[in-house]
Write a protein that binds this ligand. Sequence first.
Ligand code: GYE
Length: 308
Amino acid sequence: AAAFALAAAIPAHAKPLTIGFSQVGAESEWRTANTASIKSAAKQAGVNLKFADAQQRQENQVKAIRSFIAQRVDVIAFSPVVESGWDTVLREAKAAKIPVILTDRAVKVSDPSLYVSFIGSDFVEEGRRAARWLVEHQKKNPNRGYNIVELQGTVGSAPALDRKAGFAEVIAGNPKLKIIRSQTGDFTRAKGKEVMEAFLKSEGKNINVLYAHNDDMAIGAIQAIEEAGLKPGKDILVVSIDGVKGAFEAMLQGKLNVTVECNPLLGPQLVQTAQLVKAGKPVPKRITVNEGVFPAEVAAKEFPNRKY
Ligand code: GYE
């Protein structure tokens, strides 16, 4: 936070900063809020933002980054759709002396100097928080076992890998909590519904809990559960991540049990970090975001405060 105070020291009359930003896509409510936050923060700060939507494809992001290099933008920022496969293009950016800021999702690279900063949530912790809610719930019904189906996010993405790992870590060693099926729903409502339909077909009433890596997949799955004649939130507990408005609405209807917050409003931090980098000031290598957990019981009270 201390580093951000310096942003005010950057003269307003300096040549406007150009940021090239490659977004993952428009796959979820979270993503829509994230895009809006970045666009409005750039506008407010008088930043020239070149925005490219990758439609969830790494090859489109690589192309966008190469085009930002060719245009000689001041700073490249992107939310990497998957974790691996970035070394080559990031080396090209480094050779062109254009600093790279990661937002939202992390990368696995051999050389950490290929990016200056990563601004985003701790996805492993989010997975742990989701599982901790379930562990607490199970304690109230200690003799019962819970069969869990898991809807994973985009294959190879940091939030899917980390949310899976964090959840697994907390339920490990608890024989009452068992993941019986796990498949990707690509972070979308449509896929979440489709995969949940398949889970219900093969497992039927064996399913006690749905753990979805994001709210959109949970909302799609809730539809599938209802169409199968079961009550989401009761016959099948539903646990998900993000904390978008749609999740709060589902909680108010008793169809979702808990959402773990993942804050998409990263725009102001991104713009400030880019300004500091451009001014040659030091920035933290890792910038995290403060987040909460919202069980259904607090949904009515919290709903009016939600910004996304
Ligand atoms: O949880 C999901 C989105 O990367 C944290 O991507 C983000 C995730 C978010 O599609 O809804």
